[in-house]
Write a protein that binds this ligand. Structure first.
Ligand code: C2O
Ligand code: CU
Ligand code: CU
Length: 518
């Protein structure tokens, strides 16, 4: 039975995920073990403990913290139950014939060799034998040669990612480096990661995820999975609408939208700005002050909030991004309009000596002049042979042969041509990129002729997007131009790019691509 009553907001303190302890630190690599386990966790004061799946039995998983150039190996171990507790649709690619729960871990934004990237087909199960269970595992290598950044790890198994992440399989992965350290940003207990997600609950406290919808009207084919999921409750770090007691000083928050489908436009009730210092791929060139921040699924923003003038005040972080409920309700600002609360009610424990430098970092150059290849990559809504809605990239399905083969070391210009009515957060594995601009075009003309006819001038990215990105919002009716660099630290081999709305990713809006020798 679905829980219809709204839970009381701001009654639970914000949990802060612990940092994962290594098993060993050898000169050649630091070694971690991460088990995926089922447990029950209290997500709100008034809810009975909720069944979740967590890395090391925690939702969110423990934070993996490494230094730049510190090679890491992680043994990922599947100790989950054999069957999913959420409604699995066995018709989705790959699911048939293997009823066991499939998992594979992708470190999002971490540049990894192809055999450690968590390719959606590289899933493994818990694996039962007659003689009893044995646990399936993978050892992944992460060289961490890239610059400091807020990254994350999460499940990526083909056709079931939306359910595995919804069950709780996500955590932070932070790379630190000397450049960042020298900046004297708020750190220690004044640096806090915030994983924002939406969930719905049943009355017994269990997670609610919709079964696939009935056909819209008799005679129409089944829609295959729910095309998007929007929960009615917002959780931060695994707690429903939590609060955080803070001192009147500067804090650094690493914001991550880890939701299945929901976008957030965040604001602070105090009217104070977010002082943004980083994007998906690390520090920006200089801080930008923004009144609101929009994050699509998988996007991150590294921000500083200065509470020093707000002693005794309570500040609410709100969300105003519209999203429909699966049952068609309009956005309800009483529920999904709230995110969390900051209570400036702690005495200063020490003088705030942190600073917000005018210059943060030198971004790697993205010279348009060095772009060797322009790719037109369309985002398309289409129908399968049963008439069911399909969302496609490059007008191809997941299983179609690879057509995108960038050369190692090269710069490319990708034109994401969105012919659908929705914004899709497009993520490319293995690389970071800069957003060049977005330009409106005539969708009908493009659908008829395959040619681009622009209906307006190109618009540069907004200030909060002017850094290195690995996920970009591709708006409807626009060409989004990005410049990925398949170089520096990347590897050759097969990777994927996809929409990070998890329901879309699970339903064909994902394509393999291959980085080839330069
Ligand atoms: Cu965060 Cu391929 O995903
Ligand atoms: Cu990724
Ligand atoms: Cu999408």
């Amino acid at each position: 039975m679905r829980l219809k009553r709204r839970l009381t907001p701001f009654v639970d303190p914000l949990p802060i995920p612990g940092v994962l302890k290594p098993i060993s630190r050898k000169p050649r690599f630091t070694f971690y073990v991460v088990r995926m386990m089922e447990t029950f966790q209290k997500l709100h004061r008034d809810l009975p403990p909720t069944r979740i799946w967590g890395y090391e039995g925690k939702y969110p998983g423990p934070t993996i913290e490494v230094w730049r150039n510190e090679p890491v190996r992680v043994l990922w171990l599947n100790q989950l139950p054999k069957r999913h507790f959420l409604p699995v649709d066995q018709t989705i690619h790959g699911a048939r014939g293997n009823p066991e729960v499939r998992t594979v871990v992708h470190a999002h934004g971490v540049v990894s060799p192809p055999d450690s990237d968590g390719h959606p087909d590289a899933w493994f199960t818990r694996g039962f034998r007659e003689t009893g269970p044995f646990f399936q595992r993978r050892i992944y290598r992460y060289p961490n040669t890239q610059r400091a950044a807020t990254l994350w790890y999460h499940d990526h198994a083909l056709g079931i990612t939306r359910l595995n992440i919804y069950a709780g399989l996500a955590g932070f992965y932070l790379i630190r480096d000397g450049e960042e350290l020298s900046l004297n940003l708020p750190r220690g207990k004044f640096e806090i990661p915030l994983l924002i997600q939406d969930r719905s609950f049943n009355r017994d406290g269990s997670l609610f995820y919709p079964r696939r919808p009935q056909p819209a009207s008799p005679g129409l084919p089944d829609p295959s999975i729910v095309p998007e999921f929007f929960g009615d409750t917002i959780l931060v770090n695994g707690k429903v609408w939590p609060f955080l007691s803070v001192e009147p000083r500067k804090y650094r928050f690493r914001l991550l939208n880890g939701s299945n489908s929901r976008f957030y436009t965040l604001r602070l009730s105090s009217g104070q700005p977010f002082i943004q210092i980083g994007t998906d791929g690390g520090l920006m060139a200089r801080p930008v002050r923004v009144q609101s921040l929009t994050l699509g699924p998988a996007e991150r923003a590294d921000v500083i909030l200065d509470f020093s003038n707000f002693k005794g005040k309570t500040i609410t972080m709100t969300n105003s991004a519209p999203a429909p409920y699966p049952d068609g309700d309009p956005v309800n600002p009483r529920t999904t309009g709230l995110v969390m609360q900051f209570r400036v009610n702690r005495p200063l424990s020490s003088r705030d000596t942190s600073s917000i430098p005018r210059r943060l970092s030198a971004l790697p150059p993205t010279p348009l002049s060095r772009v060797r290849r322009v790719r037109n990559l369309s985002l398309v809504e289409s129908n399968d042979r049963f008439g069911r809605l399909l969302l496609l990239l490059e007008n191809r399905r997941w299983s179609d042969p690879i057509t995108t083969r960038p050369r190692l070391g090269s710069f490319e210009l990708w034109q994401l041509i969105n012919t659908t009515p929705d914004t899709h957060p497009i993520h490319i594995h293995e690389v970071h990129f800069r957003i060049l601009n977005r330009q409106p075009f005539d969708v009908n003309h493009f659908n008829r002729t395959g040619k681009l006819r622009f209906t307006g001038a190109p618009v540069p990215p907004s200030p909060d997007e002017r850094g290195l990105k690995d996920t970009v919002r591709a708006n409807p009716g626009q060409v989004t131009r990005i410049i990925p660099h398949f170089g520096l630290t990347s590897f050759t081999g097969e990777f994927v790019w996809h929409c990070h709305i998890l329901e879309h990713e699970d339903w064909e809006m994902m394509r393999p691509y291959r980085i080839v020798r330069g």
